[in-house]
Design a protein around this ligand. Structure first.
Ligand SMILES: [Zn+2]
Length: 362
């Protein structure tokens, strides 16, 4: 298979389901917002030096350093203007990267340090996505951005955040997520929030099976009722390859595949946090061969110094994939989005398939 060039991949329509707003801020914006808001804790003030600091700190293999990177992005995102700017730039950056539909997530409770309330935080971000999508469309890059509200699994605000999801579901919020340290904080701690969302017919994904293994995935699906798995990469622990090279699925892996539960895989991020050893050894290859509902995502574009184009290029290189596989991943993602079924179908048939058909006919 001919591996497509970066230029071709960039033109391909893309769907992104797992991207953190505070993990994708432009380094220049972090520096400018820090100066405007009197935030004095930045390790570097020059945008180029700051970009490389984020990359090095995130890739240090130390969880403390990794988490410190978010302290700084969240630190400069404490006013309505800052939140709106970051969200607007996020939509524009994704659109230029060829993303036609994105679900971007953030945790409202992390942005109330300077006195904003949770509703003001959500409204500033929604305004930013609307503004950024408009700016992008004016330059020929049409994108739709849906918002996921995240609750921190280490905190106790999940029910309140879940209520916000329902409150804003007609205004651009499409689902709920929980994130943060997995070990010691099982998703069942937040059962109340998930039960509430199910009663309200709302959608949610759960960060599970990244650092922590099968028990976390099992709880997320069988106790909490997650529609999708954030990462879910450790499902590989329930698949055994025999000496003849045949794959044998354990009961949980079989359930995930049978029910077509989407896996929000983030190759570069998974390697940086140690969830996978290298891109070449990333389970995305095997999981795709076995026809799990695999999707490819960026997670944290700033910390992982990546884009959707970059993630796609990396897996094409590692697994000798071409445009047909990228289309499969993209259609998988669109099918798994939290917007209504007819709208997903419309995007697949009117944007994604024609876009790939054009690129493949060249
Ligand atoms: Zn994530």
């Amino acid at each position: 298979m001919e591996v497509p060039s970066l230029a071709v991949i960039q033109q391909a329509p893309k769907v992104l389901l797992h991207d953190h707003l505070d993990g994708g801020v432009r380094p220049s914006t972090v520096a400018e917002l820090a100066q405007e808001n009197g935030y004095l804790d930045l390790p570097q003030t020059d945008p180029v030096a700051l970009a490389s600091w984020f990359r090095t700190a995130a890739d240090s293999g130390s969880l403390d350093q990794y988490l410190e990177t978010f302290r700084h992005t969240v630190g400069v995102m404490q006013s309505a203007a800052a939140l709106q700017r970051v969200a607007s730039e996020c939509a524009q950056d994704l659109a230029v990267d060829g993303v036609v539909y994105a679900e971007v997530r953030f945790a409202p409770e992390l942005h109330v340090d300077s006195g904003l309330n949770l509703n003001e935080v959500v409204e500033a971000v929604l305004a930013g996505f609307a503004e950024g999508s408009q700016v992008a469309a004016a330059s020929g890059h049409v994108i739709r951005v849906g918002t996921l509200l995240t609750a921190m699994r280490t905190a106790a605000k999940s029910r309140e955040i879940a209520e916000l999801v329902v409150q804003y579901q007609d205004r651009g919020v499409v689902g709920f997520d929980i994130a943060g340290r997995e070990a010691g904080y099982p998703p069942t701690r937040h059962l109340d929030a998930f039960e509430y969302l199910r009663r309200e017919n709302a959608h949610f994904t759960i960060h599970a099976g990244e650092a922590f293994g099968l028990p976390s995935i099992w709880e997320a699906i069988q106790w909490c009722g997650a529609d999708r798995l954030g990462h879910g990469v450790r499902i590989i622990d329930d698949i055994r390859i025999d000496d003849a090279g045949h794959a044998h699925l354990g009961p949980l892996a079989a359930y995930v595949r049978d029910r077509r539960i989407p896996l929000e895989l983030c190759p570069t991020s998974n390697v940086m946090t140690g969830a996978a050893e290298s891109i070449a050894q990333h389970p995305i290859g095997l999981l795709s061969d076995l026809k799990f509902r695999v999707t490819i995502n960026t997670d944290n574009r700033l910390m992982s110094h990546t884009t959707m184009t970059q993630e796609m290029a990396t897996v094409c290189e590692a697994f000798d994939w071409g445009l047909p596989q990228l289309q499969w991943l993209t259609v998988n993602a669109m099918k798994s989005a939290f917007i209504p079924f007819d709208q997903r179908l419309e995007m697949i048939n009117s944007i994604i398939k024609p876009g790939y058909a054009t690129l493949m006919s060249v």
